[in-house]
Design a protein around this ligand. Structure first.
Ligand code: GLN
Length: 532
C-alpha cells in the first residue's frame, strides 16, 4: 500500500515547502524507499507556462514536456528522479477537467459542485501517481497558505483523503513560521497556534509541525508547541535558516524527521540511512579550492527565482569542480558598447540566459560580441544561443540587419526563424516545442568532450530555431553546428571551435542538473572559467 504525506503551509508564504518536501523525500530515499513528490497549486492558470517569470519565477519543464512549477526542479535536483505531467496540478487544470466532463454530460443531470465534484477530481489526481506501482511514498505539497480562500478545496480534499486512507497510511506535515520579535528578543508561537487552529477548523489535524525559524527553538518552546498544537513532542521539527538549501536534508535528519515519519506511517526503518553521496557533495560545496565570477546576463535578474535552475546548476557544477561560483546578475538592457568592458572584462565567464521578446536583447548581443572577441568563456542558453547566432551574423558575416523572426518580422536575414510546425499554432498555452528531444553531437566538439558521448537527450521550450539555410555560411565562417536533432536536422548546439569556450544550446541543460549528476555542459563551462 502506498503511503501519503501531505505538506501544507501556514502563517506566511515562501517558507520553503518545496525544499522541505524535497528534503524529506531525500531522507526517505536514503532509507531505501522509492518516493515521488507532486505539487498542487491553487491558481486558475491551467499550468504556469503562460505566467511571466516575475509572477511565478522560472517555469520548469519535465521530460514529457509539461510546463510546471519551479518546485518540481527542487524535487528532481534532490531526488535525481524525473517528474512528469502528473506531478503538478493547478486549480485551473482541475476545473478544466470537471467542466469538460460536465459538457460531455458525464454528471447525468446532477448539479456540479465544489464538493464533491472538484474535491473528487483533486483526490483522483492526488492518487494518480500510485497507479504506476513505482512508489512506496507519495509526498503532496499543497501550494499557498492554509486559510487562503483558493486553497480550501485542496485542504478539504486532503481531509477526505486522510480519512479514506485510514490510520498509518498518511501524514500531514504543516510548515509554519516562528517569528523572532527583536524588541522582545523572543520567538513567538502564537501565529503557529492560530494556523493549526485554522486547520483543525477545517477538520484536518497536522501530525508534524515544521517550524521555520531564525533561532534555535529550545526545549521550552518545543514543549509549548507540542502542547498547544496537539502533536507529539518529537513531531515538533525545527527548520532553522541555512545559507544553502542543500543543508536542509541533513538538518532535518538531525531532527530525526525521517525516523519519526516512518514510525508514524508504520513503515520499517529499512536499515541505516545512506546519505553518503549527499554528504560528499556538501563537503565539496563547503570547501572550495577555486573561485570564479560569472556574469548571468538576462532580463529578469531582479527576481531570484526567475533563473532558479541555472543558479542551482552553477552550484552543482561548482562543487564537483571544487569551485565557488559567484554569480553576478546583470540586466541585459544596461549593457552598452561603452560599459561592456567594465561590466564583463573581469569576469571568468558569461552566461546569456533564456527569454522571450525583444526587451534587452541588444545588450545581450553586445555582451556576446565582447566575450567572443576577448576569448572569455561563453555559455548561451536558448535565447542566449539564438542571440549568439545573430551576433555572429551581424559582426562576422556582416548581415547588418540579421535578427530573429521573433523580434523582427522584416529582417532580410532571419538567421533565427520560426519553426515550421509553429506557424499554424494560435493558442499560447502548452504549444511550444516542449520536453525531451534527441541530439547527436559532432565528435571532438567541446560538447561531445563534455558529455563523453555523442548521443544525448535534452529538454526544450521554444518556438524559434536556427535557420538551416544559413548553416553552410556559418560553418565556413567558424561557427559550427555541433549538435543536431537526428530526425529533423534542427540545430541544437553551436560552437566556435577556435574560441576558448563558446557554446550555445537551443535546449535547457539547467533542467537536468542535479546534486548527484551535475550537468556536463555546466561542469565544462566552469572548468573553462577556472582556467581563464
Ligand atoms: N524566445 C525564444 C524562442 O521561443 C527562446 C525561448 C527560450 O529562451 N526559452 O525560441
Amino acid at each position: 500500500m502506498v503511503k501519503y504525506i501531505f505538506v501544507t503551509g501556514g502563517v506566511s508564504s515562501s517558507l520553503g515547502k518545496g525544499i522541505f518536501a524535497a528534503s524529506l523525500a531525500k531522507l526517505l530515499q536514503g532509507r531505501g524507499y522509492s518516493v515521488t513528490i507532486q505539487k498542487f497549486d491553487p491558481y486558475l492558470n491551467v499550468d504556469p507556462g503562460t505566467l511571466n517569470p516575475y509572477e511565478h519565477g522560472e517555469c520548469y519543464v519535465t521530460e514529457d514536456g509539461a510546463e510546471t512549477d519551479l518546485d518540481l526542479g527542487h524535487y528532481e535536483r534532490f531526488l535525481n528522479v524525473p517528474t512528469s505531467q502528473m506531478n503538478n496540478v493547478t486549480t485551473g487544470r482541475i476545473y478544466q477537467t470537471v467542466i469538460n466532463q460536465e459538457r460531455e454530460g458525464k454528471y447525468l443531470g446532477k448539479t456540479v459542485q465544489v464538493i464533491p465534484h472538484i474535491t473528487d477530481e483533486i483526490k483522483r489526481r492526488m492518487r494518480l501517481l500510485s497507479e504506476s506501482g513505482k512508489y512506496h511514498i507519495i509526498i503532496t505539497e499543497i501550494g499557498g497558505t492554509v486559510g487562503d480562500i483558493e486553497s480550501l478545496p485542496f485542504v478539504e480534499s486532503v481531509r477526505q483523503l486522510v480519512r479514506e486512507l485510514g490510520p498509518y497510511n498518511s501524514l500531514v506535515c504543516h510548515l509554519t513560521l516562528i517569528p523572532f520579535l527583536n524588541s522582545a528578543k523572543e520567538l513567538k508561537t502564537k501565529p503557529t497556534q492560530h494556523s493549526v487552529n485554522q486547520m483543525m477548523g477545517y477538520g484536518l489535524k497536522p501530525d508534524l509541525i515544521i517550524c521555520r525559524t531564525e533561532h534555535e527553538l529550545g526545549e521550552e518552546l518545543r514543549n509549548k508547541l507540542s502542547l498547544f498544537c496537539n502533536v507529539d513532542r518529537e513531531c515538533v521539527i525545527q527548520a532553522i535558516d541555512k545559507s544553502s538549501i542543500y543543508e536542509v536534508p541533513l538538518e532535518m535528519q538531525k531532527e530525526n524527521l525521517d525516523t519519526t515519519v516512518l514510525r508514524k506511517l508504520s513503515l520499517p526503518n529499512a536499515g541505516n540511512s545512506d546519505m553518503s553521496a549527499w554528504e560528499d557533495f556538501m563537503l565539496k560545496l563547503k570547501n572550495p579550492k577555486h573561485e570564479v565570477h560569472i556574469a548571468l546576463v538576462g532580463k529578469y535578474v531582479e527576481l531570484q527565482d526567475a533563473y532558479k535552475s541555472i543558479n542551482e546548476s552553477f552550484i552543482h557544477a561548482g562543487a564537483i569542480n571544487n569551485c565557488k561560483v559567484i554569480v553576478h546578475s546583470i540586466h541585459s538592457s544596461e549593457i552598452t558598447d561603452e560599459n561592456v568592458s567594465e561590466l564583463l572584462g573581469q569576469m571568468n565567464g558569461v552566461l546569456v540566459a533564456p527569454g522571450f521578446g525583444d526587451r534587452g536583447i541588444e545588450g545581450k548581443i553586445t555582451a556576446i560580441k565582447f566575450v567572443r572577441e576577448n576569448n572569455i568563456p561563453f555559455f548561451g542558453i536558448c535565447l542566449g544561443m539564438q542571440m549568439a547566432v545573430i551576433e555572429y551574423a551581424r559582426n562576422v558575416l556582416h548581415y547588418a540587419d540579421a535578427h530573429s523572426f521573433e523580434m523582427n518580422k522584416k529582417t532580410t536575414h532571419p538567421v533565427i526563424d520560426m519553426m515550421e510546425e509553429q506557424k499554424t499554432i494560435k493558442k499560447k498555452g502548452g504549444t511550444m516545442r516542449l520536453g525531451a528531444y534527441n541530439c547527436i553531437l559532432k565528435e571532438k566538439s567541446k560538447s561531445a568532450l563534455a558529455y563523453k558521448t555523442t548521443s544525448i537527450s535534452e529538454r526544450h521550450r521554444h518556438r524559434y530555431e536556427f535557420n538551416n539555410k544559413y548553416l553552410d555560411v556559418f560553418e565556413k565562417a567558424g561557427m559550427e553546428a555541433t549538435g543536431t536533432n537526428p530526425d529533423n536536422g534542427l540545430v541544437e548546439i553551436v560552437e566556435i571551435p577556435k574560441h576558448k569556450y563558446f557554446v550555445g544550446v537551443q535546449f535547457h541543460p539547467e533542467l537536468k542538473s542535479t546534486v548527484l549528476t551535475p550537468h556536463p555542459l555546466f561542469v565544462s563551462f566552469i572548468k573553462a572559467c577556472i582556467e581563464k
